[in-house]
Design a protein around this ligand. Sequence first.
Ligand SMILES: [Cu+2]
Length: 109
Amino acid sequence: MAGQASSIEVAHPWARATPPGAGAGGGFVTLTNHGDGDDMLLGATSPITERVEIHIMEMDGDVMRMAPLPGGIELPAGESVTLAPGGLHLMLMELGSPIVEGEPVPVTV
Ligand SMILES: [Cu+2]
């Protein structure tokens, strides 16, 4: 997180449980920028995987696909951004073990 990380509120983080053998899982959270300046979410880390990507869903013809968002997520001052299924999300890549319902998934933004 660039800039005034302490002014970013992280609320309602959750991850979707994955079936055994799934290669990746989605992570969702609401981020609120309580600071005076715009901020960016540039990435995230988690001890359960080597790689966490920021993804966005976009239409490719009639098909919804997800794609990495290399520039990060803008967090304008005073606004909330919600990462949710069907939109922006954190993708936990190359999972070594499945995400199990009810078990905490540590992620640092
Ligand atoms: Cu994704």
